[in-house]
Design a protein around this ligand. Structure first.
Ligand SMILES: [Zn+2]
Length: 357
């Protein structure tokens, strides 16, 4: 797919990323420079070419099929070796309880340099090694809690020095405290409201910090049951009031209207789910992406299936727009709340986006 087949808005995005040398765009697209027949990663340190000389490609293969050769500075053909390196390093990090993280030690173990390892991390995961180690450790921590381990034991086993630190971090990364995460949301207080919308009922459940669930269906009882099944140990109660603002915004979005206000989310997620859900929130209103495109965008080109799973487990439908992800052949694939709903929602968004232009 060369530039002429890409949506002009996407091309604009790519060009902005090119000017910014945005490392998060590495692996998402490649730019070919017509005057030199060289193709580069977006983050290439070389001088920026003139806009009119640039052609964009979504894969390295496409660039090479169009006669471009890999740049010797940013080595765009070496993404796979970077990915392999990161995978090995992640395995070492997952086992390491060292605090603080000594990247040099990991690099030495893998017979590479610290700077090459750091670069590989940013290229492949979009995260610094330190961020990734945190995410991995949180995952192990969560797993231990799920196995019924005591919090203090899990803290000790994952190498957290003091409990206050994990609580601090978990607020940002888990969206809830470990104590509430344990045993199906024990200690967690969820309030919910079910509202009639154009195409059925919408359940919105939230903690004090943000929205935790958005379900769509025809039966109020069934939606509430699903919520109880997802958080069997949480305190769940119908909200008398206080949720109206969030509910209004969400109902409007389920009817195919563009977002009018930001919604705080309070989600339970693995690092990977979080990355995918963040990426889904970047899909422009009225547009769709394929699972493979999302996989590439999160730096895991071979993880289409894992992306599909992350979409299927999205607890806040519509707010995290998993309905905007479709199969490579254009078919809609599945939707937790029914394929018809997905189709109607996409149709409404497309019409609305078209009307706005
Ligand atoms: Zn380059």
């Amino acid at each position: 797919m060369d530039t002429t087949n890409l949506n002009p808005r996407v091309v604009d995005q790519y060009w902005r990323a090119t000017i910014a040398r945005d490392p998060r765009s590495d692996g998402v697209f490649f730019l070919g420079v017509r005057s030199t027949h060289i193709y580069c990663r977006p983050s290439c340190p070389a001088r920026r070419p003139l806009r009119r000389n640039v052609e964009f490609f979504q894969t390295q293969r496409e660039a090479e099929q169009h006669g471009f050769r890999p740049c010797l500075r940013c080595k765009p053909n070496e993404i796979s070796s970077a990915a392999a390196l990161v995978q090995k390093a992640a395995a070492v990090l997952a086992e390491s309880d060292e605090e603080p993280l000594r990247l040099a030690g990991v690099a030495q173990q893998l017979r590479t340099s610290t700077s090459r390892l750091r670069r590989a991390f940013v290229q492949v995961t979009g995260l610094s090694p330190r961020d990734l180690a945190e995410a991995l450790r949180l995952n192990r921590f969560k797993k231990l809690l799920r196995q019924g381990r005591k919090i203090t034991d899990a803290l000790y086993e994952t190498g957290y020095g003091s409990s206050s630190r994990v609580y601090e971090r978990s607020n940002a990364q888990l969206g809830m405290t470990p104590a509430t995460y344990q045993k199906g949301g024990k200690g967690m207080k969820l309030r919910y409201a079910v509202t009639d919308a154009k195409r059925g009922k919408v359940l919105v459940a939230a903690t004090e910090r943000g929205v935790s669930a958005v379900y769509l269906g025809n039966s109020e009882a069934k939606l509430v049951l699903e919520l109880r099944e997802e958080y069997p140990q949480a305190g769940i109660a119908a909200a008398r009031n206080g949720l109206e603002k969030w509910v209004r915004e969400i109902v409007s979005r389920t009817e195919g209207n563009p977002p009018r206000q930001e919604l705080p989310l309070d989600l339970v997620a693995t690092a990977f789910q979080r990355r995918v859900w963040q990426e889904l929130q970047r899909i422009p209103f009225g547009k769709t992406r394929t699972y493979a495109q999302v996989a590439r965008a999160v730096g895991k080109p071979s993880a289409s299936r894992a992306v599909a799973r992350a979409c299927a487990t999205n607890p806040v439908s519509v707010v995290v727009p998993c309905h905007r992800v479709v199969r490579e052949d254009g078919h809609l694939a599945g939707y937790r709340w029914g394929i018809d709903r997905k189709e109607q929602l996409l149709k409404a968004e497309k019409a609305e986006a078209g009307a706005a232009i």
